[in-house]
Design a protein around this ligand. Structure first.
Ligand SMILES: [Ca+2]
Length: 276
C-alpha cells in the first residue's frame, strides 16, 4: 500500500509569495532533445499510442492507462486547430520578476517552446475540453471504444504513477532554473529525464499537472501535483507534493497529463470528485 504524505501548497491565486520571489526566467531558446521511449521487453509491449502519438501505459491494479508524457504543445495545437477553441486570454506569465497578465498565451508563454515541450498556460477547464474533444474524435475514428474516454487522472491514479518507483522520489527532474540542478532553465521537452519504473516521465517537475479531483470537500478548487520548472526544493516539487488551483487559472507553471479509462470508471470518479 502506498503511503503518501501530502504537503499542501496553497496556490489559489497565482503561486505563493515565496515561489514568486524565487523565480527568475531567462529567454534562452531550447532545442527539442527528442523523446525517449522505454524499449524492449514488457515495458514496450504494454505501451499504446493514440492518434496524436501520445503513448499510454496501463497503471498497475487500475483500469486506467496514463500518458507517459505531459500533454505537448503539438497535442494542444491539434485540438485548437480542429475546434477553434479559444484559450488565449487571461494567462499569467513571469515578466521582470512579477507574475502578470500582459496578453500572453500557451502559444507564447514568455519563453521558447518547441512542439515537443509540455503545453503551459492552459487551465483545468481547457484541459477538460481537450479531453472531451479527443474522446469524441477517437471514438468517431474507431481508435477507442464508446465505453472509453480521455480525462484528467484522479489523484489516486496520479499517485499510483508517481509513487510507483521509490528510488525515483529523489529530486531528479526539471525544476528551479537558478539552482542549476538540471540543464534546462525553463520547461524541458517531454521525456528529457529518465522515466520511472512504469516508463512514465516528468512526474516530478517540468509542469504542475491537473488532477480530476476537487481540492477538498465542497471546494471548486482543483488539485495540482508534482511541482514545476520554477520550483526548487521538496516543499514545492516532488511526487508527494500537492497544490490547488482555480479551474479557470492559466499560468505558465501549469500543464496537464491525460488518462484513458472506462467511462463507468470515469463517471464514478467524477461523481466522487464533485461530491467531496
Ligand atoms: Ca510534471
Amino acid at each position: 500500500m502506498i503511503h503518501v504524505f501530502h504537503r499542501w501548497i496553497v496556490l489559489t491565486a497565482v503561486v505563493s509569495a515565496a515561489a514568486l520571489a524565487s523565480g527568475c526566467l531567462s529567454h534562452e531558446s531550447q532545442n527539442a532533445s527528442g523523446s525517449r521511449f522505454v524499449s524492449g521487453g514488457d515495458e514496450h509491449d504494454r505501451m499504446w499510442e493514440n492518434s496524436l502519438g501520445m503513448p499510454f501505459v496501463q497503471l498497475p491494479g487500475m483500469s486506467a492507462r496514463l500518458c507517459i508524457w505531459e500533454t505537448r504543445t503539438r497535442d494542444f495545437k491539434a485540438f485548437i486547430d480542429a475546434t477553434g477553441y479559444d484559450a488565449s486570454a487571461g494567462m499569467f506569465s513571469y515578466e521582470k520578476n512579477y507574475w502578470v497578465d500582459i496578453g500572453r498565451s500557451w502559444r507564447d508563454p514568455g519563453f521558447n517552446q518547441t512542439w515537443q515541450h509540455p503545453v503551459v498556460g492552459v487551465s483545468w477547464e481547457d484541459a477538460m475540453a481537450f479531453c472531451r474533444w479527443l474522446t469524441e474524435t477517437e471514438r468517431r475514428a474507431g481508435r477507442i471504444l464508446p465505453s472509453q474516454e480521455y480525462r484528467l487522472p484522479t489523484e489516486k491514479e496520479w499517485e499510483t504513477a508517481a509513487m510507483s518507483d521509490p528510488e525515483n522520489k529523489a529530486l531528479t527532474g526539471n525544476y528551479h532554473p537558478v539552482r542549476h540542478f538540471d540543464e534546462f532553465d525553463l520547461t524541458s521537452p517531454v521525456g528529457s529525464f529518465p522515466p520511472n519504473q512504469l516508463g512514465i516521465y516528468d512526474m516530478i517537475g517540468n509542469v504542475w499537472e491537473y488532477c480530476l479531483d476537487a481540492a477538498r470537500p465542497g471546494s471548486t478548487l482543483k488539485v495540482i501535483r508534482g511541482g514545476a520548472w520554477q520550483n526548487y526544493n521538496g516543499k514545492f516539487v516532488g511526487p508527494d507534493v500537492r497544490g490547488r488551483c482555480k479551474p479557470d487559472m492559466r499560468i505558465s507553471l501549469y500543464g496537464f497529463r491525460v488518462a484513458l479509462a472506462p467511462v463507468d470508471n470515469a463517471e464514478e470518479l467524477r461523481a466522487r470528485a464533485t461530491s467531496l
